[in-house]
Design a protein around this ligand. Structure first.
Ligand code: P71
Length: 473
């Protein structure tokens, strides 16, 4: 809690101390969306017909949906008002220029190429920068990011610090790059087209990168003449962690920190569905004129004209306004604060979670829920299914199923982290929802005995976690 927290009040009746929160969400609710409560029998039937994969559930069968924070945010009245001001011209929509202005002002990059979502930007970036045989170092992989790099012919090499792979390490910046690992890649690889730096790091548990680290990465890369491309999907959440954890930044605003952070990179890919508070959209930003020209050429093939890139004018307006709202300190305090609330509640019940608590999600350590379950019985997939069966809470597997198979050997990648992500949509759920989630997780944690895990009965060729099907082992 911050320094302006009021002192505790002794309660007259019991003498207990009432600790006062110094803040709540900086908004009130104007419109509600009803959600359905289900019975245990209904959930059992739904889980079975979804092949024990939470991606295959119908959202109407879900009570509290923590599958993802991607595209699930609630927009503000100001954003909805902007929707009505969409200029749906094919070319040169005014909303594109509003978006360009917001990106320039808050992220600082010179060129904006809109895309339908983050992976659209990853695709364009990978195609214009990567040549077959290249190596792309990054601070842990993200599924779609790595996939597009590999599709363009590159090999991905993880250069994140070791602490990131240890769910119990409380390193405040587990997203940091290990400079020695990076230097090794830069000096030995045939060609490195760019370093891919994500902030925060989703697969590590929503963990941030420090300003000190990106500065050092910048210096190292500059010596080797290698550019840095940021995955800025949750860079504002990253800025909040810098503000609250890194010496020297407490008095700076998120907006100031974000600009400084991005200034150490040469461009970014962005999934607008996260930090920027919209349901769909994304962009690619570049500082280099020649590269931007290439990207503008390619975007018309896959996404749309370079002034809409797959988005409607109204979508671009909502995102331009979402960006402005997302960099407000009050917003970030409540956003990251809610994730912290759930995480601390779970910790107080002894539930094994990834520490420190991340920016967009609380990650359950599935290995410690089922210590005797082999990884090829899919402990995290099992835990996600159990959580749904218990209380209708939908979560996401982030373990061996997500990691996929090694191209050469055909074997599963066995990641050290076998996690279930409870991802909090922005401005959507109340504290009572978080309490119910915690109760459900605790119930599942106390009832792990008879579980034998799952067997994969259908495995799709690409990004298998989305559509794979399972049966109880
Ligand atoms: C998330 C997502 C959405 C998702 C994507 C793939 C599998 C499961 C869920 C998307 C990200 C992301 C980062 C750091 C790029 C993308 C792709 N995350 N970078 O966490 O987190 O963006 O979905 O807009 O194409 O649930 P896109």
């Amino acid at each position: 809690m911050n320094a302006s927290q009021p002192p505790p009040i002794p309660l007259r009746t019991t003498g207990q101390q009432l600790h006062r929160r110094s803040w709540a969400e900086p908004w009130k609710i104007k419109m509600v969306e009803p959600i359905k409560l289900t019975t245990a029998a209904q959930r059992k039937a739904a889980m079975s017909s979804a092949g024990y994969n939470t991606f295959l559930l119908r959202s109407e069968d879900v009570y509290i949906d923590l599958l993802t924070d991607s595209g699930t945010s609630a927009m503000s009245d100001w954003q909805w008002a902007g929707i009505m001001l969409g200029d749906e011209a094919y070319a040169g929509s005014r909303n594109f220029y509003h978006l360009e202005d917001a990106v320039h002002r808050h992220y600082g990059y010179r060129h904006l190429i809109p895309t339908h979502q983050g992976r659209g930007a990853e695709h364009i970036l990978s195609q214009i920068m990567i040549q077959p045989g290249d190596t792309v170092p990054g601070n842990m992989y993200f599924t779609t990011t790595r996939y597009h790099q590999e599709l363009a012919g590159a090999q991905f090499v993880d250069v994140i610090i070791d602490e990131a792979h240890d769910p119990a390490s409380t390193h405040p910046f587990k997203g940091d790059v290990d400079l020695a690992k990076l230097e090794r890649v830069l000096t030995t690889a045939a060609r490195v087209p760019y370093v891919c730096l994500a902030a925060t790091v989703n697969m590590a548990g929503g963990q941030p990168v420090s300003m000190g680290n990106i500065r050092a990465v910048r210096e190292l890369c500059a010596r080797h003449g290698v550019p840095i491309m940021l995955d800025a999907t949750r860079a504002v959440e990253n800025a909040w962690f810098i503000k609250t954890r890194e010496p020297g930044y407490a008095d700076k605003t998120c907006a100031e920190i974000l600009l400084e952070f991005c200034s150490h990179s040469d461009g970014c890919t962005m999934s607008g569905k996260k930090d920027p508070l919209v349901n769909i959209g994304g962009w690619l930003s570049l500082n280099d004129d020649t590269l931007a020209e290439k990207a503008r050429n390619l975007v018309v093939v896959y996404e749309g004209l370079h002034t809409y890139g797959g988005m409607a004018g109204r979508d671009m307006e909502a995102m331009a306004r979402g960006i402005v709202e997302s960099v407000q300190d009050d917003h970030m305090r409540a956003r990251v604060g809610q994730v912290e609330y759930l995480g601390e509640l779970l910790q107080s019940f002894g539930v094994p979670i990834v520490l420190p608590i991340g920016g967009h999600a609380v990650y359950l350590d599935a290995r410690r829920f089922y210590p005797d379950m082999p990884q090829d019985r899919f402990p995290a997939q099992t835990l996600a299914a159990e959580l749904y069966l218990d209380g209708g809470v939908r979560s996401m597997e982030r373990g061996v199923v997500s990691a996929g198979r090694d191209k050469a050997s055909g074997q599963h990648h066995y990641p050290k982290l076998e996690l279930v992500r409870l991802t909090i949509p922005r401005r959507v759920y109340t504290q009572a929802h978080m309490d119910v989630v915690a109760e459900s997780v605790v119930a599942v944690y106390q009832n792990t005995e008879k579980l034998k895990g799952l067997r994969m009965v259908y495995e799709p060729e690409y990004l298998r976690f989305f559509q794979a099907r399972f049966e109880p082992a």
